[in-house]
Design a protein around this ligand. Structure first.
Ligand code: ADP
Ligand code: MG
Length: 587
């Protein structure tokens, strides 16, 4: 190998070695740098993390800052509001202070006023005390004069009673009123074809009330002489006169009942003439009416019940006892409509007798104690459904029996109105003995709630009060028609014949009374026998004659008018009220 070459080789090697060491150095440096780089990367990552955390912290701080800003803003607005409220409160306080000031001033003024008023009042009281004393003295004077006036009122009331009874007596103990009923649809109807053709002329009005005391019968029929006749009665009602007006004339009799008289009110007339209507009011199921109409149309019986209890309520001291019995007389047999027979059917046959004192009495008759008009009418309505009815040609709702409602009134009267003990004994004996068993049964029976005879009257002359018993008999008589007119036969003919016989007996009794005969034939029929105590003597009888206005019933109407005219002939017996019997002696 040449030296050059060797030099070159050497140099090259050296160079190589140099370069290699340089490379190594560079490589080491690269490693170093890479390490540094890695460290730097790490650091960078670390800083990134720090930056991120810082960012989030910054974000949090930002939010916190925002919140604080909001808080500050809210606080500010709250503070503003509070400030306003405080300002307002300050203003209110100011107002209140000025108001309080005003109030205190007013209060002070008022206080001053009141104080002066109190001072005035204290001064006035002394004056008033003096006035009060003078008023008290005046009140004592007034009380004394009131007592005097009350005493005078009692005296005047007694005088009024006496005058009332004198007036009733002057009018007579037997009064006859006549009621002409209006023309009704059935007046133009007839079941008889022969009569049907003549119904227009038959429904012609021939009975007229010319004034309130006169009935005119005026009729001209072909082939008959002109009929032009007048009848006078104490009162005549035209067809237009209401139930209320009719009762107005009946009403005073109830005062007489309380004054100690027996009273009888009866309706007389042919079937369909308005007897039951006058006594009771509309009663047929065929004529339904409203409650207000029913009140206007009420007849004598319901009105009398109302009036009786009204009068009794005006006299609370008389301790009244009202008992009702209801009797039907059918074919001259007497039926107690308030009693049931053994099979539970109402209407038990009874007898009428005369006691040894000459009073009529029905042994075993049922009396119901009633305490109001309502109770009274409940009993009446129940009994009415039991009345025997048969249709006739005259009217489809013909009552074929006499209905007698007897109200027995017992009242307590002070003894001081009596001066004669003997007279008291006589009066009590007279009242007591009207039913013999009453005396025997003693006071116990007086309190029986439902007795078979009116409660007996206790008699003790040492007592302050005596009891007086009076009777009100309300009678709806059966029709007084002529047999031929009603077209009846068989059973109904028999009924009619009994009815006519009992009405004839009634006429006989009235005739005997008018002639002052010693013997009055009360016992000729059950009807007159039952009514014995209310017809004649000092009893007051009102006969309400009911007539139809039309020609169709002329024969019946003339017969009824004849009966009523005879009844009017009864002499006016000087009434002797049970109580007057004694007070007369004291005169
Ligand atoms: P009586 O009892 O005499 O047989 P009612 O009283 O039953 O007769 O009367 C027969 C019919 O005539 C009944 O429908 C009744 O309502 C009617 N009536 C009777 N009188 C009058 C009157 N004054 N006003 C109106 N209707 C009457
Ligand atoms: Mg009748």
């Amino acid at each position: 190998m040449p030296a050059k070459d060797l030099n070159w080789g050497f140099i090259t090697n050296q160079r190589i070695q140099q370069l290699k060491s340089q490379v190594r150095a560079k490589e080491e440096r690269i490693v170093e740098l890479e390490t540094e780089n890695a460290v730097l990367h790490l650091k960078l990552a670390e800083y990134h993390g720090i930056i991120e955390r810082s960012n989030s912290k910054a974000m949090q701080l930002c939010c916190l800052y925002n919140q604080q800003q909001d808080l500050r803003r809210n606080t500010y607005s709250n503070l503003t509001q509070i400030y306003q409220v405080v300002q307002k409160f300050k203003q209110d306080l100011k107002d209140f202070q000025s108001f309080s000031y005003l109030l205190i001033r007013n209060f002070q003024h008022q206080y001053q006023d009141y104080l002066s008023q109190i001072v005035d009042a204290v001064q006035g009281t002394q004056l008033e005390n003096e006035t009060l004393q003078s008023f008290q003295a005046r009140a004592i004077d007034l009380e004394q004069s009131l007592q005097e006036i009350s005493e005078r009122y009692q005296v005047e009331k007694q005088k009024r009673k006496t005058l009332h009874n004198n007036l009733v007596e002057l009018r007579g103990n037997i009064r006859v009123h006549c009621r002409i009923r209006p023309l009704l649809p059935f007046d133009t109807e007839s079941r008889d074809p022969a009569l049907q053709n003549r119904s227009i002329s038959l429904s012609e009005k021939v009975i007229h009330a010319t004034d309130d005391e006169t009935v005119l019968v005026r009729c001209s029929r072909p082939g008959h002489p002109l009929l032009n006749k007048t009848f006078q009665f104490e009162r005549v009602y035209s067809p237009l006169e209401s139930q209320k007006i009719v009762f107005g004339d009946v009403c005073p009799l109830l005062t007489s009942l309380l004054d100690g008289y027996n009273v009888c009110i009866m309706t007389y007339g042919q079937t369909g003439s308005g007897k039951s209507y006058t006594m009771l009011g509309p009663h047929s199921e065929n004529d339904p009416i409203s409650p207000s109409e029913a009140e206007q149309e009420m007849g004598i019986i319901p009105r009398a019940a109302g009036e009786l209890f009204r009068l009794l309520s005006e006299n609370p001291t008389i301790d009244p006892r009202v008992e009702v019995s209801i009797v039907e007389i059918y074919n001259n047999e007497l039926f107690d409509l308030l009693a049931k027979d053994s099979s539970g059917i109402f209407g038990v046959k009874r007898d009428v007798i005369t006691t040894k004192e000459g009073k009529s009495n029905v042994p075993m008759l049922t009396y119901e104690l009633v305490e109001s008009p309502y109770e009274f009418m409940k009993i009446i309505n129940k009994s009415l459904q039991l009345r025997v009815k048969h249709p006739t040609l005259v009217h489809a709702d013909s009552s074929r029996s006499h209905l007698v409602v007897t109200v027995t009134l017992t009242i307590s009267v002070p003894f001081d109105s009596f001066t004669d003990q003997q007279a008291i004994q006589k009066l009590c004996k007279e009242t007591l003995c009207s039913t013999p068993q009453k005396v025997m049964k003693s006071e116990k029976a007086c309190f029986s709630p439902r007795g078979l005879s009116p409660a007996p009257i206790p008699l003790d002359p040492t007592e302050q009060h005596k009891q007086v018993q009076t009777k009100l008999q309300l009678v709806d008589l059966a029709g007084s028609e002529c047999i031929g007119m009603s077209g009846v036969t068989g059973t109904i003919l028999r009924e009619t014949s009994f009815i006519n016989r009992s009405l004839a007996a009634l006429a006989d009794v009235l005739g005997a009374l008018s002639e002052h005969r010693g013997h009055i034939p009360y016992r000729n029929s059950k009807l007159t026998h039952l009514l014995q105590d209310s017809i004649g003597g000092d009893a007051k009888l009102l006969v309400m004659l009911c007539v139809s206005p039309c020609q169709k019933y002329l024969a019946e109407t003339l017969q009824s008018l004849g009966f009523a005219s005879r009844a009017r002939q009864v002499q006016r017996v000087q009434a002797k009220r049970r109580n007057l019997l004694v007070s007369g002696k004291s005169k």
